[in-house]
Write a protein that binds this ligand. Structure first.
Ligand code: ASP
Ligand code: MG
Length: 494
């Protein structure tokens, strides 16, 4: 049913309205020069019918957030001042891009947006509360401003761009600051609003990150959510592909800030990329890939400053299974040990999950033994309260300043020699809570934060710098013994 409706793009009677989603991140729209490059890329892509999704100008979302906090704490003057800076910045970018009538129109629109922003800040200061609902109202303006700049720049170059309000087509639940799309409604709106535009040869431009509830109340999809928007739009329109234009050459074998010889990964699977995003790689928002994966729309990560670099292609399957594709690390994690007061009862698990959920505290990893539970969390703020609630049932202890190191690659768990190679590489570094995850494609473990850079460098050297190891690896001759999830904590369970 849904399939039939969504395939409207390439229905008989024409060659279809196949399109391409191009998402430009904050650094790809950060100033007039960046928007100029964007315009060139869009012109080049015109025959493929691009739909544009843009982020706010680099750092704008943070600045709006800070203004909101300042207003909430009663520093309205400081908040207004930073708004003034934002306004000057946007106007300067506009001045560098468009002239004449278009310029005046843009200035007037900015004046309206900034007046509305000032009113929101006053309200926050007056109510002394920066609520999630108001946060969404405030932050979403960053994308509205940038989409107007991009729209005006394209039109002044003769491209038939048309502004689309994301609140009209990304329909979400009311979970402010981390909303989830209502898929059927969103897909219907995307189709009914965007396809006619594409059919008439126009180039839709919309802000990412933003949506609205059914009642039209603005929401946002979580920080970094413009990638997610692009994926939602790409899947909803059955796009040919989704391009994420950013300021790096693609997904890298590890964080280049940690390892100068990090290289671009040419191709990887959706699952590998999702795993990487989840385990700390910053290039893609973790939720991004789900819609693209469901709709089987390939995603490309590309560099707007180096557009001739082929980037990283993310697809359903690729031929490089069985190899480590990338190494990631996530700092600032803590291990939480939960030891039952009396004996380990199954209810303890439920209680623990409930209590973490009540505190909106997410769990990264878990292992259990007859004696206790071990959890991994990326923030310790709620732990004292959680410990208090579990008092009587369990003792809760935690240890800070750990880092999670993670090797990602399809089927690497089926090849025990990869784990051996990894542990040889980090010999001498204290490794804890070795967990090969519930998936076939990740081997991860904890080290002290102070040793994480060394661990990543050694692993990268071992897997990516030794000649011969990057050659294709034959299919494993024997199935590895551990084809199920394996976690080892103290008192290992499996
Ligand atoms: N501007 C938003 C943020 O910084 C969304 C995005 O850029 O992806 O979180
Ligand atoms: Mg981003």
């Amino acid at each position: 049913m849904r399939q039939a409706r969504m395939s409207g793009l390439s229905e008989p009677g024409g060659e279809g309205e196949e399109c391409l989603v191009m998402k430009f991140g904050g650094t790809s729209v950060q100033d007039a020069a960046a928007i100029g490059r964007l315009c060139q890329l869009v012109r080049r892509a015109l025959p493929q019918r691009p739909v544009l999704v843009v982020s706010a100008l680099a750092k704008v979302t943070d600045q709006l957030m800070n203004a909101g906090w300042a207003a909430g704490e009663g520093h309205l003057e400081a908040a207004r001042e930073s708004l003034q800076h934002l306004r000057q910045r946007h106007e300067a970018v506009a001045d560098g891009l468009v002239g004449g009538d278009k310029h005046d129109r843009l200035h007037n629109e900015f004046a309206r947006e900034f007046d509305a922003l000032a009113a929101v800040l006053s309200r926050i200061a007056w109510e002394k509360a920066f609520t999630p609902h108001v946060q969404d109202q405030l932050l979403g303006v960053g994308e509205s401003l940038s989409s107007k700049l991009v729209h005006a720049a394209l039109r002044s170059e003769g491209v038939e761009a048309v502004l689309v309000d994301p609140r009209e087509c990304i329909i979400t639940d009311a979970a402010h600051t981390r909303a989830t799309p209502l898929w059927d409604e969103t897909n219907e709106r995307l189709q009914s609003l965007l396809i006619p535009l594409l059919k008439s040869g126009q180039i839709p431009v919309m802000g990412g990150f933003v949506g609205a509830t059914r009642d039209g109340i603005p929401t946002t999809l979580g920080r970094g959510g413009s990638d997610f928007s692009a994926s939602i739009v790409g899947a909803g329109l059955h796009a040919r592909r989704i391009e994420i234009w950013t300021d790096v050459d693609g997904v890298m074998t590890t964080d280049p800030a940690l390892c100068s010889d990090a290289r671009r990964v040419a191709r990887m699977t959706f699952d590998e990329a999702a795993e990487l995003a989840y385990f700390g790689a910053k290039v893609l928002h973790p939720a991004t890939l789900a819609p693209a994966m469901r709709g089987n729309v390939p995603v490309w990560v590309l560099n707007s400053r180096n557009p001739d670099c082929p980037g990283t292609e993310i697809v359903a399957h690729c031929e490089t299974d069985g190899r480590v594709k990338a190494i990631t690390s996530k700092q600032g994690v803590a291990i939480v040990d939960i030891e039952p007061v009396r004996w380990f009862a199954p209810e303890l698990l439920r209680e623990v999950f409930d209590v973490f959920e009540r505190h909106e505290h997410s769990l990264d990893l878990l292992s259990a033994s007859r004696g206790s539970l071990a959890l991994l969390v990326s923030s310790v703020t709620a732990l004292p309260a959680i410990a208090e609630e579990l008092k009587g049932l369990a003792h809760v202890r935690w240890e800070n300043h750990k880092a999670l190191v993670c090797l990602v690659g399809e089927q690497i768990r089926r090849r025990p020699e990869i784990a051996s190679q990894a542990f040889r590489a980090v010999a001498g570094i204290d490794v804890r809570m070795i967990c090969q995850g519930a998936s076939e494609r990740n081997i991860s473990f904890l080290v002290d934060e102070s040793r994480v850079v060394e661990a990543v460098r050694r692993l990268h050297h071992s897997f990516f710098s030794v000649p011969g190891l990057s050659a294709p690896v034959p299919e494993p001759a024997v199935e590895a013994s551990s084809s199920h999830a394996m976690c080892q904590a103290e008192g290992a369970w499996q």
